[in-house]
Design a binder for this molecule. Structure first.
Ligand SMILES: [Zn+2]
Length: 224
């Protein structure tokens, strides 16, 4: 008899989040990927991640592979997302991150192609994502280079744009990471529209500092 599948609640939540990415138009078809960190009572962290090259509406919770931070599948049959290295690099670099969402949303991708970040133009962008959004240097899909460049450009913010590729939102929870991915897309659209007027006014240094304090405070209260 096959062993009983583990982490089924977490696997179903990751699948649900992946379905939301498609519903919300943040990815097309089999693109994008979602993961959640799994804290074991004893033993190293694991993660559950969407599988590679599958339509999310054709999957069941147990189809989400459970993987360790050395990329070994510990439960599941399907191969993990081709961006597994990106997810693992973020979890290793950022202990505060509990979930990662990678999208190919249109406006963030347009900025990714232009190698343009999003400066601090909206208070909610700074309060929820930590500041303006950087563009990571280019790395091919699935490569160590993409993973390392993304971590470097993410710093301690909750969003980053991947050059010529898409975007990544992170959060303490799946809901938080999804919110981050949606807000990156909104801020990207607003910034691109504002640029067409020829007049983009950045938030003042004081406003950025105040919104950044909101970001820091919400992180601290989530850790408490
Ligand atoms: Zn991608």
């Amino acid at each position: 008899m096959a062993a009983k599948a583990t982490w089924l609640i977490e696997r179903s939540l990751v699948l649900e989040a992946a379905l939301k990415l498609v519903e919300k138009g943040l990815v097309l078809g089999k693109a994008g990927n979602v993961s959640q960190r799994l804290k074991q009572p004893s033993g190293p962290d694991l993660l559950v991640i969407t599988p590679t090259s599958r339509y999310y509406d054709s999957l069941a919770p147990e189809d989400m592979p459970v993987v360790d931070l050395d990329s070994r599948v510990v439960d599941g049959v399907l191969a993990p997302s081709s961006e597994l290295k990106l997810h693992i690099a973020i979890y290793k670099a950022r202990e505060d991150v509990g979930a990662v969402v990678h999208t190919h949303s249109i406006h963030a991708s347009a900025l990714a192609v232009a190698h343009l970040g999003i400066p601090a133009v909206l208070e909610e962008e700074v309060a929820l994502l930590g500041g303006g959004i950087n563009v990571a240097e280019y790395g091919a899909s699935g490569s160590d280079e993409l993973a390392n460049n993304a971590v470097d450009a993410l710093r301690d913010n909750d969003g980053v744009i991947l050059a010529n590729h898409g975007a990544v939102g992170v959060g303490r929870t799946l809901r938080g990471a999804l919110d981050a991915a949606e807000l990156i897309e909104k801020a990207a659209e607003v910034y691109l529209l504002a640029r067409t007027t020829g007049s983009v006014k950045l938030l003042s240094v004081q406003s950025v500092a105040a919104a950044r304090e909101v970001f820091r405070h919400s992180k601290r209260s989530r850790e408490a």
